[in-house]
Design a protein around this ligand. Sequence first.
Ligand SMILES: [Mg+2]
Length: 497
Amino acid sequence: MKKRIGKLPGTLNPVTSKLARWQRIYVNRSLNLATVRAVGFDMDHTLAMYNREAFEALAFRETLKKFIDAGYPAALSKLEFNPDFLIRGLLVDIDRGNLLKVDAHKYVKIAFHGHTRLDKETRHRLYNNASFKAYEFLSVDTFFALSEVQLFTEIVDFMRRFPGKVLKTFREVYADLRKFIDLSHADGSIKSHVMRHPDKFIKRDKYLASALVRQIDSGKSLFLLTNSALDYTNCVMSYLLNDADPDFPHWRDYFKYSIVSAGKPGFFMGHANFEALNPETGKAIKGTPTSLTSDFVYRGGNAKLFQELTGFRGDEILYVGDHIYGDIIQSKGVVNWRTMLVVEELDTELPKLETLRDSFDAIQKLLATQESVGEKLQILRSKIASNARQAKIALQNGEARKSRYLVAGNERLIEQASACDEEEQTLAKTVRDLLAERESKVHPVWGELMKVGLERSRFANQVEAYACTYTSRVSNLRYYSPHKRFTAFFDTLPHEI
Ligand SMILES: [Mg+2]
């Protein structure tokens, strides 16, 4: 099987090379926008970027209240939300209460229990000595999950600091957490805050409207496909788009089809019917729709039926979303839609990585030196072994002088090998220190989203495997022609470099 190794840097065309890195759209699989007839968008964290600190803190507090109401120690109310502790792409070991950052080869590189970092030995014993099954752990894929998992981590830490205060297993605590979050969503404790003050929680991107209009003007049909319910969708989308462009006074004017409460990823695999809703009142219209129009908003439905009713083939649809599993893996895998993943973190990470370019070059150079020192060391070791063997044979054959000569020669070689060994170890340590310094500049605890040390992260592996393209925000589409042919650089194998 062909192994995906990575890509040659390739040559950027003049348009792309003028863009800052966070403005670019990155290509894993070639995508010709000219053949795309419909572009679909997820809403939360795709069209609507959240003020994460405010939103996640809100979710954290609302859920914490429910823990205390349910009889957990009142001291938990002192727990604080820390927006910088977690990143997406981590795995949660619910049984042990641990957080894990895993590389593309399923090797656990960083692990935390509560706020305590696990030492290398413990990490190896728990995770790296048998085949690691990522599916046994919970994956932190969405921004919504960040506040949830941080709250879990804080409670785990509380249980470590105050043994006996919470008489439950970590798994039971997590089950309660899930229950309370669902409750917060169901009783509107989170949603109602956002709907009252969307300006506090949602960031308006002033270029979003023009990016969408550009696609519409090129003849493409836009559609909204969100799991959020109509009242919430209406509020968020109105805040984002109403009055952003005089030709499109209402947010629904941008979209030929609007689908709410879609139930992704089930939408891509299931057989549910669409239900037409009155967009103003939210009341369901009787009967099963036999066509989709912009006069109604639709609830539920499924991807195959969507294609049948709209006449778009799977590969004529580009779907833009932020959830690698819910939006991308299933849409690509089941109905063969083309995909664009919004990776919001690139917005802050790429400028930081740009300033760390020199450290990257320095690390590459040191690695090359380390490799040649390593090779020299191996040659010396082979010579030493060969000399020792010949000295022994010479001695057996009564050639004492030859034997002494070889032994004396070996002493010099052993000295050289030991110097090489020391040099290699110093180089390895310098590389480790530089990498750690570089990572801590990107994120103090977990480093880069897409890398772990020199390896790709599990998250990066999923992005490469499933997202045809990825970018930091939807409005980056405005930098490219709606007929753009996005070309992936060829996959390269080690012998091709
Ligand atoms: Mg989303």
